[in-house]
Design a protein around this ligand. Structure first.
Ligand SMILES: [Zn+2]
Length: 293
């Protein structure tokens, strides 16, 4: 099994290296007051998770740049304290800002979600075209300015890039970062997500196309039901957006997780060419691994 994990990790690297970005994730460390991300391996893992989203999200997001007399204040739960906070700032075009940090979460590994905002215009200017939730997009899209996410300060984290080094009792930071970024992007946390939820199931068309029908959710409607299975490059895996992560395991974003992003309005690029080549080669790798084991 370790060899398979190596192959998937290698693939992720290839995606990041070869695909032009459209949406940039900008992590803001202002409220990382405990210095969690001064750990170089924690920062590298966070950036790897962000780069995976950047490799496939193709949306054009309007910048949020207040003119003189206008103001834009982002509102979010401070990562280090959980206290609702506001910061006046601008947001660059095609950029999502995510405030990150850590605190004691009392058993949870992470928390994340999109931020709110307050905007005002005193000089007759018009910010409305660029404001969330659309940022210049059309249709049922979700286009937040960004949001905040925080990670448990005392979990036994594994920050390594190579999942083969993950200890049985450790929690994989990369997996949790992917999960929380998806919440910031609106999975389980946005009105657009809610518009597809009915009778305890998610019925967005992209999800239905992947799963063959609506997919059951957790009671709170914010995750796929515990144990929901999908595929990562043709390999079965529990969805990244189910509610739990088993210690000692890494979860990548499955076809179902990407489909959920698509259903809430994100333009998800197809898997780029290197991945397709890898898929063709996969049966050969599989044979090799099988013979060695
Ligand atoms: Zn969650």
């Amino acid at each position: 099994m370790r060899a398979w994990k190596h192959q998937i990790a290698g693939l992720t690297t290839a995606l990041i290296a070869t695909h032009a970005n459209a949406v940039s994730l900008e992590f803001d460390f202002t409220y990382d007051t405990s210095g969690f991300f001064t750990q170089a391996d924690a920062l590298a893992s966070l950036n790897a998770a962000g780069a995976l989203f950047e490799s496939r999200l193709q949306d054009s997001l309007a910048g949020i740049v207040p003119a003189a007399g206008e103001s834009f204040e982002v509102r979010f739960s401070r990562p280090d304290t959980g206290v609702l906070s506001g910061v006046e700032r601008s947001i660059a075009a095609d950029t999502l800002v995510i405030y990150v940090g850590a605190r004691e979460l009392g058993g949870a590994l992470g928390e994340g979600g999109p931020g709110g905002f307050s905007a005002s215009s005193f000089g007759g200017g018009d910010l409305s075209a660029s404001l969330p939730p659309l940022r210049g997009q059309t249709g049922p899209d979700f286009g937040p300015w960004g949001g905040a996410m925080t990670f448990d300060a005392s979990a036994d984290w594994y920050f390594g890039a190579d999942a083969a080094g993950l200890g049985g009792g450790q929690s994989d930071f990369y997996s949790v970062a992917l999960h929380e970024i998806a919440h910031v992007l609106g999975v389980g946390t946005s009105a657009t997500w809610g518009s597809w939820v009915s009778g305890g199931e998610f019925s967005g068309p992209a999800v239905q196309a992947v799963a063959g029908g609506p997919v059951a959710l957790t009671d709170d409607g914010g995750h796929f039901a515990e144990g929901t299975l999908s595929l990562v490059m043709g390999i079965s895996q529990e969805a990244a957006l189910d509610p739990n992560l088993t210690t000692g395991t890494r979860k990548h974003l499955t076809d179902l997780d990407w489909a959920a992003l698509e259903d809430i309005g994100w333009e998800v690029a197809p898997v780029p060419l290197p991945a397709a080549l890898w898929l063709l080669a996969a049966p050969l790798f599989g044979l090799t691994v099988w013979r060695r084991s």
